[in-house]
Design a protein. Structure first.
Lengths: 208, 67
């Protein structure tokens, strides 16, 4: 995955300016040289760092990033399960979530600091992965919040037409408030199920 | 005949080298998508960039003093 063209250009300009100042620091004896030094050693590096951080943060949301740790590979494989009962699989295979960011789309929160909290959690995961022991069973810290489902499904025609969602006068309100979980047993309770991957079939037509 | 580099010019040279190292780390970390490259950029890369900028800014403070 190549960086954005503007970042590549910025890095080339920063490097070129750095080389000029390294091999010809005497240029800074003139006024224009001083301006060049300020641009090349303060302004351009600041822009490079900012753009680089932005690029890295965007990359940290990708499927490739998540699955680069081997403990996550079964979860990546579960996205190709050939069974529409499996929620992650049906979302991924039908492009209901961005195919390049399926993990981050569902496993972050849509609250105000969702992205930042997700990133801090990721740092902790990295620390445990490289310095500690990853648990045999990876679990969510908190029950999956309906908000992550309703972010897309709330108000959708298909969602409103399902009988179970409007079974009683209070069912919909309970779903929206989180009193009833979307992932409750009997409803949409089949997620990654990585322990049973060897018994399942996978989508053979997958191109990604 | 080129004049001997001043103290400020030596600092600018050091600053340039540090900044180039920062660019090199950034380029290297952008070659692969992995948590470790993310960490390498945010630690080693930022360290080089910061060191380069601080070296230059400190040299500005010493301009005219003993040069």
């Amino acid at each position: 995955m190549l960086p954005r063209p503007d970042l590549i250009f910025l890095l080339v300009v920063t490097a070129a300016t750095g080389l000029i100042l390294t091999f010809r620091p005497d240029l800074t004896r003139q006024r224009n040289g001083k301006v060049l030094a300020f641009l090349g050693l303060v302004v351009l590096p600041t822009m490079s760092v900012w753009s680089g951080l932005d690029e890295h943060l965007e990359r940290s949301k990708t499927r490739e990033f998540c699955l680069s740790c081997h403990v996550m590979k079964p979860y990546g494989k579960s996205l190709l399960i050939d069974d529409s009962e499996y929620i992650p699989a049906v979302h991924f295979q039908n492009n209901f979530v961005p195919p390049d960011k399926p993990c981050f789309t569902c496993h972050t929160t849509y609250a105000l600091y969702g992205d930042l909290k997700a990133k801090i959690g990721g740092l902790r995961h990295m620390f445990v992965y490289y310095t500690g022991t990853t648990p045999d069973t990876i679990k969510l810290y908190k029950p999956y919040n309906n908000r992550e489902c309703l972010h897309c499904h709330e108000g959708a025609r298909k969602f409103l037409k399902v009988g179970a969602h409007t079974e009683t006068d209070t069912t919909m309100a309970s779903l929206l408030s989180g009193r009833i979980s979307c992932l409750e047993s009997g409803c949409h309770d089949v997620a990654h199920e990585v322990r049973s991957l060897s018994e399942l079939e996978f989508w053979k037509g997958a191109t990604r | 005949m080129s004049a001997r580099p001043t103290k400020m010019e030596q600092r600018i040279r050091v600053s340039g080298i540090l900044m180039l190292l920062g660019v090199a780390v950034e380029v290297a970390t952008l070659c692969k998508i992995h948590p470790l490259t993310f960490m390498a950029f945010t630690t080693v890369g930022l360290l080089f960039f910061a060191a380069g900028m601080i070296t230059f800014l400190v040299s500005l403070l010493e301009v005219g003093a003993g040069d």
